[in-house]
Design a protein around this ligand. Structure first.
Ligand code: PLP
Length: 441
């Protein structure tokens, strides 16, 4: 395919999670970014309503992070992480541990959310084996869960297009909880919906079916972002915690999106007051300036594996780039920035204005739900007959053309701006969406 004039040859790059042919016929290319804005290749300013892909929580091209990365690239570009280390890796682990719930202070570094998820699932299996419970291998995910694209992640994930091509190769011992989305009961809820805590009780059914002695872990996103902003019903996460604790099953919160301030606290675990056994993270950990991820592990889980081993390598897992020096530098600079600018508190303070602005879209054409928590909102549109997703796709394109970046999944538009957003920009974002919704059929 020939690129439109002035653009690079678009044919070689096979783009991820993209309708390649459609994109290349009508490319949306970004050339720069600063603070709350992207600049497109044709020089337009685009308000970033999505923190890139839910990851640039402190806003774009922050000087402190860029300088830390540049300094590091010039002094120690790479150090092996197997049998060797470098001081920043340990410092970054301490800084991450300092933001995790009490007792979850053992940190394993990865490069992405998908790697964090697969790492956490492996830690769960290793933990039970180390304790003499090697038959605990079953993993429980949830419908509409997104846990990245590794074979572990798509197996526990609950998005059928991500699974069907690979269906013959998914992990065998997996079951799924029902998702919690219900327009009938919860449409236009503000914050946590009132209906749905009982859906966690389905775990009792799954446990009875398979027997607790076979189940290693339950993994859920405390707030599911990628599948359309699904906010946990009041009491739901607490119930999952009770049931998993009762049966000795590890609870993993996938906080790749919710980690680092999205809800107005360092983690969703802290925000909801529910502490799991493992937390997966990525994205905001480095403000996305360098790919990075991590798993925070409850100390007893770590100790069972590490102190329980006879000697030698205790956990046969790791990445060439675990705690890469540039990632470690970016993480330290990012976490310092979050602290100095009190960005998690800022998100919490802005949340009521954000909620009020989001819900002004109730009554806009085709809006069948608005849901929100912290600095994230989902606006669900009625699907067009025979063309699910088409209306949201058109809204996304029109928003982009008018200078606002949103995301869409199915027929839900998602908004999750950097935590540095101003109140006037919050108002502007939802007004722009409202205007676009009036323009499309
Ligand atoms: C909850 C959750 N887990 C895992 C991932 C995968 O992260 P990555 O794309 O960095 O592999 C994502 C990405 O959006 C996510 O939202």
């Amino acid at each position: 395919m020939n690129a439109p004039t002035g653009l690079p040859d678009l044919s070689h790059l096979w783009m991820p999670f993209t309708a390649n042919r459609q994109f290349k016929s009508q490319p949306r290319l970004l050339a720069g970014a600063k603070g709350m804005y992207y600049t497109s290749v044709d020089g337009r300013q685009i308000l970033d309503g999505t923190s890139g892909l839910w990851c640039v929580n402190a806003g774009h091209c922050r000087e402190e992070i860029a300088q830390a990365i540049a300094r590091q690239a010039g002094s120690l570009d790479y150090a092996p992480g197997f049998q060797l280390g470098h001081p920043l890796a340990f410092e970054a682990a301490s800084a991450v541990a300092g933001l995790m719930p009490q007792g979850m202070d053992r940190i394993f570094f990865t490069n992405s959310g998908s790697e964090s998820v697969d790492t956490a699932l492996k830690i769960a299996l290793a933990y039970h084996r180390a304790r003499g419970d090697a038959q605990r291998t079953r993993l429980i995910g949830r419908e509409r869960g997104y846990h990245g694209v590794g074979f572990g992640g798509i197996s526990v994930g609950g998005i059928s297009p991500n699974r069907k091509t690979f269906s013959g190769a998914l992990l065998p011992a997996v079951d799924h909880l029902p998702h919690t989305h219900s327009l009938e009961h919860n449409a236009f809820s503000k914050g946590q919906p009132a209906w749905g805590a009982h859906l966690a009780d389905d775990l009792e059914r799954i446990v009875a079916l398979h027997d607790p002695s076979t189940i290693a872990a339950v993994i859920v996103e405390p707030m599911a972002g990628s599948t359309g902003v699904l906010v946990p019903p009041q009491g739901y996460l607490e119930r999952l915690r009770e049931i998993t604790a009762k049966y000795g099953i590890l609870l993993i919160f996938d906080e790749v999106i919710t980690g680092y301030g999205r809800l107005g606290a360092a983690t969703a675990s802290e925000f909801f007051g529910v502490t799991p056994d493992l937390i997966t993270m990525a994205k905001g950990i480095s403000n996305a300036a360098v790919p990075a991820g991590a798993v925070a592990v409850r100390r007893e889980v770590h100790d069972a594996i590490v102190n329980g081993a006879q000697g030698g390598i205790e956990f046969f897992h790791g990445y060439t780039y675990s705690a890469h020096p540039l990632a470690a530098a970016a993480i330290l600079a990012t976490l310092d920035l979050y602290r100095r600018e009190q960005l998690f508190t800022r998100a919490r303070t802005l949340a009521p204005a954000f909620e009020a602005a989001a819900h002004t879209l109730k009554g806009a054409p085709n809006v069948i739900d608005v849901r929100n928590i912290g600095l994230v909102a989902g606006i669900e549109l009625a699907p067009r007959d025979g063309a699910p997703g088409a209306r949201a796709a058109e809204a996304f394109q029109k928003c982009f053309d008018s200078g606002l970046m949103v995301r869409y999944t199915g027929d839900t538009l998602a908004v999750s701006p950097p935590l540095i957003i101003e109140e006037s920009q919050i108002a502007e974002m939802f007004q722009s969406i409202g205007k676009v919704l009036k323009e499309i059929a």
